[in-house]
Design a protein around this ligand. Structure first.
Ligand SMILES: Cc1cc2nc3c(=O)[nH]c(=O)nc-3n(C[C@H](O)[C@H](O)[C@H](O)COP(=O)(O)O)c2cc1C
Length: 171
């Protein structure tokens, strides 16, 4: 897929086919996250990749909006070291978002759908994945082939108009 088509085709997919993502494609998606930039190249994000059906079901219990994780072929949990510094926290959150988006666009390029999920129950997630107290997670991303057919460019994205959002030269 062309990059522009991958960008236009990415949408949140919440129902997936049963079939797995080939290992090479899943590795590429994860590598895309690994390659993403970060403030001062601090790389304050680790990725926990889960593909086992039972584990995916358990992960889906950490947030009310995580139901799509249970039926995914793979879910990547983005884990970061907790900081008490608000500025650093903001930069780290931005960097995690960049990694997530880079994985999602790479997935779309491969015909793989994706969906964000927030994290509600921090302790449950930590106990499931075993990362240390010094770390936390605010975001999981599920991946799989869309149950409603292949990804195609979204004609009319549900967005505020560009005229309203884009300010040219001044507000
Ligand atoms: C930070 C963030 C958190 C989100 N959390 C969830 C979530 O918990 N569950 C879910 O189903 N979708 C979640 N989404 C997906 C958004 O609802 C979705 O991106 C938005 O409705 C736009 O839809 P689209 O991505 O299909 O264009 C989240 C998106 C972002 C950026």
């Amino acid at each position: 897929m062309e990059t522009w088509d991958a960008i236009r085709s990415r949408r949140n997919v919440r129902q997936y086919e049963e079939r797995p993502i080939p290992d090479g494609d899943l590795e590429r998606i994860i590598e895309a996250g690994w390659r993403s930039p970060s403030a001062s190249n601090r790389q304050h994000r680790d990725f926990v990749v889960v593909t086992e059906r039972d584990r995916l079901g358990e992960l889906s219990r950490v947030w009310q909006g995580a139901g799509h994780v249970a039926g995914s072929a793979a879910t990547v949990v983005v884990v970061y070291p907790v900081s008490n510094d608000e500025h650093q926290q903001a930069l780290d959150a931005f960097d995690q978002g960049q990694a997530v988006m880079q994985m999602m666009i790479t997935a779309a390029d491969l015909g793989v759908g994706s969906c964000h999920s927030a994290v509600g129950d921090q302790e449950l997630l930590r106990s499931l994945l075993g990362y240390p107290e010094s770390h936390a997670s605010d975001m999981m991303v599920s991946f799989g082939y869309p149950a409603d057919g292949p990804l195609r460019p979204v004609r009319q994205p549900n967005r505020r108009s560009m005229a309203e959002v884009v300010h040219r030269g001044h507000w």
